[in-house]
Design a binder for this molecule. Sequence first.
Ligand code: CTP
Length: 419
Amino acid sequence: MESKQKTVLLGVTGCIAAYKACEVLRLLQKADVNVKVVMTPSGAEFVTPTTFRALSQNEVAVEAIADANTPIHHISLAQEPDVFLIAPATANTINKLAAGIADNLLTTTALATEAPIIIAPAMNVHMWRDPSTQAALEVLRSRGIEIIAPEVGYLACGDIGEGKLATVEDIAERTLVELNRCRDLEGKTMLITAGPTREYLDPVRFISSPSSGLTGYLIAGEAARRGADVYLVSGPCELPDPFDVNTIRITSAEEMFAACNQIFDEKHPNAAIFSAAVADFRPATIAEQKLKKGTDLPATAAQGEPSGETGATSQAAVYSLDLIANPDILYSISQRKGDCFVVGFAAESENIIENGMAKLHAKGADMIIANDVSNPEIGFATEDNRWQLLSESGAEDTGTQSKRALAGVLLDKVASRIN
Ligand code: CTP
């Protein structure tokens, strides 16, 4: 049976990047998507509706009352699309959407539609950074609207900074992902860990890692969009709570361990994905007051004495810290996993597959995602990564992909194992 052609409503607002919406439209059409266009009146000043009418082979909506045959135009427009993509979206439109203002056909349709909304902002760097724009984006994100972040670049106004519309390829790809998203995790519960942990030695110092948490947050957000009930246990990181995800913020490995055990016992997850960069050790004691050099932290095997007014040492003094092992959350849950499909990560710098396979067996997980941390182009704080998916049936190389795309690849695997 042929599947029904999908429709994207493309919203174009008044911005110099409006011409790029023509390219987005073409890319979507190439993927067999029917594109309809709605423009704000100022959008129509930048590219004429005639251009979009010719490209889309559909009528273009600009005015609130179009003609006598479609008396409630914004309602019919709102009901039609599978996705409403606003690209480019100006600061003005973004701020209006966050406030629920419906003063033109585009904003009225956004308020009336039940289709998923994706926004690709484009504006001057100062308008982008303005607290009201950032607050509006936060509101929209918290309502499940997907924001395709603008890039840093040379802007039309001559400034350099963030505000440049994301690439047309990226916008089209993210729209197609939304269009083709399946709800294959409906009714499933998932436990996910993300981010670093912090192991304090005194009120101001801690042991941690530079993990941004991004991979785990992307997996959690995508799992929720695919219908799962997701519990994300996150160490300290700057990312906002993903939409529709139960996010539990913790600080230390012991707190992460306790939260995971509680969720595991109470929610009986169908799958657990441990992406957190958990500190393997913590200081044996946590001082209540800030530790002072020399008194609280004596140099145990000083090779040099502090010298000069700065207190700098000629040869560094050696301090030592007693550390104790943290609980291994992945190992511990794997030992009692039952039907839960357990996935862990392995950061390796050599013999990726061999070391990853050894970790699969040592931890007792169902799958280990091994990645090469010796390659600076992938891994920590980068956009892309390349994974080896290791299980009893062997290794599967994902190739280099965006972390977002990899989250989808992993969830495909998980869904095939728990459905
Ligand atoms: N992990 C965990 N609890 C810990 C340590 C690690 O749940 N206390 C999980 C991580 O979330 C990850 C996997 O175990 O899924 C990583 O295992 P680990 O043994 O820490 O491997 P590496 O970080 O790769 O370090 P090493 O090779 O030094 O063992």
